[in-house]
Design a protein around this ligand. Structure first.
Ligand SMILES: Nc1ncnc2c1ncn2[C@@H]1O[C@H](COP(=O)(O)OP(=O)(O)OP(=O)(O)O)[C@@H](O)[C@H]1O
Length: 372
């Protein structure tokens, strides 16, 4: 067998586990500012006081969950602080959120016989008071509580815990990746009056930042020399193009590695990345399209017919089709741009100043196929 071919017991990977989505990275670059604000808000907990509440927002895959996991990891090392992260996509009612908190605190599930919310809540706060501990709760993907209309009740209970149960100290970190959702405005007035969180924004990573972050993953995940700078740059460029969700890049690295192995090569090639992207991108495309509303789908359909045209011209066609106005039209453009489904680029137009040109980020035919 040639020297650069893989034997059965060989692999391009050193540790494939670093490409798992649950993997918490060793170093967390380009998020210092966000981590500082979070630490500032939570610091009182270390001194035994109720921390400030925080709202963290930003598009998908920008490190919000990772920031919470890192901080909670550090805080759990400090005695008298309890941390619980709730994934609201899974636990999307007040009752299930508090069941999760109970479990985090007692390390066993609450009785399934169905105790009342009041009782569940009382047991949690009693325990905190008894042990003289502060609890920090992260409501990750809080947008799902809003979709279920449970957000106000859940937050109200958490934020007023110290009034309902003297001595109970709870701080809340709310995390949302739905940029269309104005978290504060959507809450009831009674919650708004007690919820004045510190705000932390997680912006999209740029291409250089993506390459920098992924280079660490490459170092840990691949054998030396398996992934060269060109491959890394290609992955970063495709990830940035697809909207900047770091998960896309991590997934591409892993798939490209598997492609190289399939060829029996010890080195990942740029073509391995491109092949992986060809296959994976439609997975993302279908996922995005499934989540769109009727008017958003209508917009995508119109754009497929007017790919690369100026925003004004596309609007005329969109308006003819749907009867919707310019405000809604702009909102749709911004959302789909954020999702990485379309590109909205400013271009100089002779004699008319700047105007936006709109194009689909995917092949129009592939999009139309999947819209049906
Ligand atoms: N600065 C970074 N350094 C290393 N890895 C990172 C960084 N930012 C994000 N990641 C990785 O990218 C992936 C997505 O990050 P994370 O889940 O924290 O994003 P998120 O903003 O919470 O996404 P969502 O809003 O979709 O839940 C994770 O695998 C995480 O390890």
């Amino acid at each position: 067998m040639a020297g650069d071919m893989l034997g059965w017991d060989e692999s391009v990977f050193r540790d494939e586990g670093v490409f798992d989505f649950e993997y918490v990275p060793e170093t967390f670059r380009h998020r210092d500012e966000q981590m500082e604000t979070l630490k500032y808000a939570l610091r009182p907990a270390v001194r035994g006081s109720r921390p400030l509440n925080v709202m963290a927002r930003g598009p998908p895959g920008t490190g919000k969950t990772t920031a919470v996991q890192k901080l909670f990891g550090e805080l759990s090392g400090v005695s008298d602080v309890r941390t619980v992260r709730v994934n609201c996509q899974v636990d999307s009612t007040r009752y299930s959120v508090f069941s999760r908190l109970f479990e985090g605190l007692f390390e066993y599930e609450p009785p399934t016989s169905g105790i009342s919310f009041k009782k569940l809540f009382g047991q949690i706060t009693d325990k905190l008071v008894e042990d003289d501990e502060v609890m920090v709760v992260a409501l990750d993907d809080v947008n799902y509580l809003f979709y279920e209309n449970e957000a106000s009740d859940t937050l109200y209970s958490l934020l007023r815990a110290h009034e309902a149960h003297a001595g109970a100290k709870i701080g809340v970190v709310v995390v949302s990746s739905d940029l269309d959702l104005d978290v504060i405005a959507e809450l009831d007035g009674r919650v708004q009056s007690v919820f004045r969180p510190e705000e932390v924004y997680f912006g999209k990573y740029g291409e250089r930042e993506i390459a920098d972050i992924l280079s660490e993953r490459v170092e840990r995940g691949f054998r030396e020399g398996a992934v060269g700078p060109q491959v890394l740059d290609r992955v970063a460029a495709l990830t940035a193009d697809a909207g900047g969700d770091l998960r896309v890049g991590i997934d591409l690295l892993r798939r490209a590695g598997l492609n190289a192995e399939m060829r029996g090569s010890t080195e990942v090639a740029v073509e391995d990345v491109d092949d992986a992207y060809e296959k994976a991108k439609h997975v993302h495309l279908s996922r995005h399209l499934r989540g769109l509303s009727e008017s958003e789908r209508a917009f995508v359909r119109v754009l497929a017919e007017h790919d690369g045209k100026r925003a004004g011209d596309v609007f005329d066609a969109f308006h003819d089709e749907t009867g919707l106005g310019y405000t809604r039209y702009s909102e749709i453009i911004n959302k789909l741009d954020q999702l990485g489904l379309i590109d909205a680029e400013y271009a100089e137009v002779e004699g008319r100043g700047r105007s936006r040109e709109l194009s689909l980020s995917y092949d129009a035919e592939a999009v139309l196929d999947r819209l049906e």
